[in-house]
Ligand binder design. Structure first.
Ligand SMILES: Cc1ncc(COP(=O)(O)O)c(C=O)c1O
Length: 418
């Protein structure tokens, strides 16, 4: 494998990636007789042993339904799930633990806001501001509300690098704008959006802002109080935790005013056939049995991330991004889609004359896992006039050698299709 370019490995030199890799049993998998090169972290990242252990410990010693009994296991499970909530609260620096709501994922969290906030506060003729970069899960729930209420979706365009046109964004903010919903980091292109400035501009006009943080939570330091967003959504399975758990952060003032999205057990204070009185947040938004095991295990994932340090993770991933960008740019006939100045560790690319699905299939023969397709961002693909890309997305356990393997794999794809 080629040695990486001088100067590109600075942060990684002090980052003991080999040690961290040992925590991830799945990284020892062989695919087609080759070592797995897992570069599909934007879709789902892997779980380290301490996180897997926490799942097993819960299931073998603490499992019970929560909030509903006075027996030992139920009280333990209830207490542990509240510990996990407070870990997440600290991780995102939310002011209060009741501002942290357990959902089943980012999609569920955004739907909660679209329906809980949107159905109450958005009316006919009102406007919802989204961007071209959004994942479908930050488009479709808003379209559903817009259709029901007679509201209008306005879309912030992007430039050829995949950056939002902020002047256009500012023009879209008006008296009818009832919410701005924008991704913190684009999953298709990696663009890190200038969300702090966007929030400030929206707030200057009294408009609340939801951030889709699915691609930011595993990579960037999150600080709800500094960001001052009104809502923030992310998923456990993209941050070294399990599937089935996500978080909605919401400012307490909004959560109190919003209507619940789902009705059922636990989200009530009292029920009669005449009238139900809803619980206070977060219970008001957590109807039914929540994903208890997954929530507690997410707490362990947060501990794991913090034990390494998100700033060190970000620095190593930035090295990987710079190296991968440089190496892929050297390949004739390969084009990176998404070249924003501020990017997370995502490299989306197209290979001349080869459909991305064929790229993915051939790379898989070499044991390399990338994602191919529209990445649930069809408007991004339409903007670039392409049906799909191949996407390599990195986590802190990836290495420069794995990028070399990717580049060698792409060269083999080109040879096969020559
Ligand atoms: C930016 C973004 N938003 C939302 C989602 C949806 O997340 P989930 O499927 O965990 O609900 C994803 C998943 O890839 C994403 O990348």
């Amino acid at each position: 494998m080629n040695a990486p370019q001088t100067g590109l490995k600075r942060a990684s030199e002090t980052f003991d990636v080999a040690r961290f890799r040992k925590d991830f049993p799945i990284l020892g998998t062989k695919v087609n007789g080759k070592p797995l090169v897992y570069l599909d972290n934007a879709a789902s990242s892997q779980m380290p042993q301490p996180v897997l252990d926490r799942w097993i410990r819960y299931q073998t010693t603490q499992h019970s339904n929560i909030h509903r009994a006075v027996h030992y296991l139920s009280e333990t499970a209830t207490a542990e799930s509240e510990v996990a909530r407070r870990k997440v609260q600290a991780f995102i620096n939310a002011r209060e633990d009741r501002e942290v709501i357990f959902t089943t994922g980012t999609t569920d969290a955004i739907n909660l806001v679209a329906h809980g906030y949107g159905r109450k506060f958005i009316g006919a003729g009102d406007e919802i501001v989204l961007t071209t970069l959004e994942h479908h899960s930050n488009i479709v729930p808003w379209q559903m509300v817009a259709e029901e209420k007679g509201a209008r979706i306005r879309v912030v365009p992007i430039n050829d690098r995949g950056e939002l046109l902020i002047e256009e964004y500012l023009k879209l903010l008006g008296p009818r704008t009832k919410i701005v919903a924008v991704g913190h980091v684009s999953n298709a292109l990696g663009t890190i959006n200038p969300v702090r400035d966007m929030i400030e501009a929206a707030h200057a006009k009294g408009i609340p802002v939801l951030l889709d943080g699915a691609q930011a939570a595993p990579h960037l330091r999150l600080d709800m109080q500094a960001l001052d967003c009104d809502f923030y959504a992310f998923s456990g399975h993209k941050m070294f935790g399990p599937t089935g758990i996500g978080i909605l952060y919401g400012k307490a003032a909004w959560l109190e005013k919003m209507q619940p999205f789902k009705g059922g057990g636990d989200m009530i204070l009292s029920v009669t056939f005449e009238k139900t009185i809803y619980n206070v947040p977060p219970g008001k938004f957590e109807a039914g049995t929540p994903p208890i095991a997954a929530a507690i295990t997410l707490g362990a994932a947060v501990d794991y991330i913090e034990s390494i340090g998100i700033e060190r993770i970000h620095a190593h991933e930035t090295d990987l991004l710079d190296y991968a960008t440089d190496q892929v740019n050297r390949l004739p006939g390969v084009r990176i889609v998404g070249t924003a100045e501020k990017k997370a560790a995502v490299v989306s690319f197209v290979v001349d004359g080869v459909h991305p699905h064929d790229v993915g299939t051939l790379l898989n023969e070499d044991g390399i896992a990338v994602r191919t397709g529209h990445h649930c961002t069809q408007p991004v693909m339409q903007r670039f006039g392409i049906p799909a890309t191949s996407r390599a997305s990195f986590a802190f356990y990836n290495t420069h050698a794995e990028i070399d393997a990717l580049v060698a794999g792409i060269k083999r794809v080109q040879k096969v299709f020559r």
